[in-house]
Design a protein around this ligand. Structure first.
Ligand code: GBH
Length: 497
């Protein structure tokens, strides 16, 4: 009979999981912190005059899409913010990355709509509180919670001109109200996810997908186009209207896995791994950071599905490329890429590449966390840092990295989160190697996340926090990894000075 113990899962040795954590040094001025996003932590859904966002709608309309759960209360950070700032300061963080809820600030979102003083007051208080604790605020303008009114009016990202004008207005409000105290701005979090997961696979709001009858052949590429142009316009506006006096910096956050070839003996798979990253990251990186048209491989494969830039738009991209001060990287895991030969569906977005956790030798890239797609593979992280550095030559900030452990609903398990501590340890060693052995300029690291929160389509299942949250009592309890990070950064930074 087949015994459970017969299943010996083998992990690729080259992916780095087998290494011991070495606590390798990091530069003495390397900054660390934690990250969150408004909809995932704030709650206060109807407080302070907040307008609805597409996530309020998405999670309430058809709860099966979000594990039956919504974020009306979430961590109740809206009402517990001072306690949360006190807590993070006990971990000796330098930075806190959070996002602004657009519909808290402008309830209906648009350039002719009213601004909410209460919404502004909440973020004023948060920013002031952070500064009093010597914590630098890093502010994301858009982390997926589009004002519902803008979706109702013109389908959000699908109307490039309308969205762009409203986003510029919203950004200007934020810069003028908060920019005297905020020195690092991020326009959009993960444009790839907004385009593909929200407008093709439909797993994220507004849930556009083939089954809903939307045009999955072209919509995701239109959405990406809107984001790229909106980003460039806001960078230009910040540089001319605010930077001279406020002296802050601005950029975008791109996510992406690293891809290894499914069969490293097969040239088609080697090419597929590279091309997968060009389609994932180059889509936004080449246009925004290099100031040029979409990668040739995308243009060739997607043809007229991919929008075109006018010559004025290319000029805007060219002019704003150098104004992006850093590459914001969200990274979690590595996958294998395999070139398929069967004809793809007409809305294929990968250039016919299959991705998965197992290679042609049957080896897994690394052990799975509480989410199957997220596997421990620190060597892929190091390679991605090199890939991005070589292509864009921009200082890198790791704006998100972390993992959920199995069984963490139980606070005792959470406190003893050795799986996460090891993940952090290995990924920080990978950064050290990228800096000192490969010459990559990495400036900071923001752990995802400050606390367990609403994990989008997965609801309150996976827990990414370095602080445990009991979602019934809302009690916060630091996990072992919070203290691990505090101590690890202290010794890594001392080691280099
Ligand atoms: C980030 O997204 C988000 O910025 C953050 O809000 C979120 O809480 C955090 O990560 C943790 O998930 O098709 O195999 O890639 C991460 C990007 C993209 C990760 C979709 C999960 C689905 C599985 N996410 N992906 S896969």
């Amino acid at each position: 009979m087949f015994q459970a113990t017969d299943v010996i899962t083998k992990h690729s040795e080259s992916a780095g999981y087998h290494e011991r954590v070495q606590e390798l040094p990091l530069p003495s001025n390397f900054s660390w912190g934690t990250a969150t996003a408004a909809y995932q932590v704030e709650g206060g859904a109807d407080q302070g005059g907040k307008g609805k966002s597409i996530w309020d709608t998405f999670s309430h309309l058809q709860p099966s899409r979000t594990n039956g759960e919504h974020a009306d209360v979430a961590c109740d950070h809206y009402n517990r913010m001072p306690e949360d700032v006190d807590l993070m300061s006990t971990f000796d963080v330098d930075v806190y990355r959070f996002s602004l809820s657009w519909s808290r600030i402008i309830p209906f979102g648009g350039r002719k709509d009213a601004i909410s003083d209460e919404g502004i007051a909440f973020y004023d208080k948060l920013i002031n509180n952070l500064l009093e604790h010597n914590i630098e605020p890093v502010v994301t303008l858009y982390h997926w919670d589009l004002p519902q009114a803008l979706y109702d009016r013109y389908h959000g990202f699908l109307d490039t001109d309308e969205f762009r004008a409203d986003f510029i207005h919203y950004a200007r409000v934020c810069f003028s109200r908060f920019g005297d105290r905020v020195r690092k701005w991020v326009t959009f979090n993960e444009p790839y996810i907004i385009s593909i997961f929200a407008h093709l696979n439909g797993t994220l709001a507004p849930g556009h997908c083939r089954e809903q009858g939307t045009d999955t052949k072209t919509e995701p590429w239109r959405v990406g186009h809107t984001i790229i142009l909106s980003h460039a316009s806001v960078v230009q506006m910040y540089a001319s209207e605010f930077q001279p006096t406020q002296e802050g910096s601005i950029s975008i956050v791109l996510n992406g896995h690293f891809y290894e070839p499914f069969n490293p003996q097969n040239q088609a798979d080697i090419d597929a791994a590279e091309r997968r990253m060009v389609f994932y990251i180059g889509w936004f990186g080449d246009t925004i950071f290099l100031g040029q048209d979409y990668p040739i491989a995308m243009r060739e494969y997607l043809g007229t599905r991919l929008p075109t830039f006018t010559s004025e738009e290319i000029e805007l991209l060219r002019q704003t490329a150098q104004l992006n001060a850093f590459y914001g990287m969200n990274h979690y895991s590595t996958k294998y890429a395999r070139q398929l030969t069967d004809p793809p569906t007409d809305d294929d977005w990968t250039s016919n590449i299959e991705e998965g956790p197992v290679n042609s030798d049957g080896l897994e890239i690394g052990p799975a966390s509480a989410q199957q797609w997220l596997r421990v593979a620190p060597e892929g992280f190091r390679k991605l840092l090199n890939w991005v550095w070589k292509r864009y030559r921009l200082p890198v900030i790791i704006t998100e990295n972390g993992c959920p452990c199995i069984g963490e609903k139980d606070v005792q398990v959470a406190i003893n989160d050795t799986f996460r501590q090891r993940y952090f340890g290995l990924y920080l060693d990978a950064i050290s190697r990228a800096i000192y052995q490969d010459g990559v300029d990495v400036k900071g690291y923001y752990a995802w996340s400050l606390m367990d929160n609403y994990e989008w389509a997965a609801g309150y299942g996976p827990r990414y926090g370095i602080v445990h949250v009991d979602f019934e009592t809302l009690k916060r309890t630091p996990k072992g990894s919070a203290w691990y990070l505090r101590d690890s950064f202290k010794s890594r930074r001392q080691a280099s000075s």
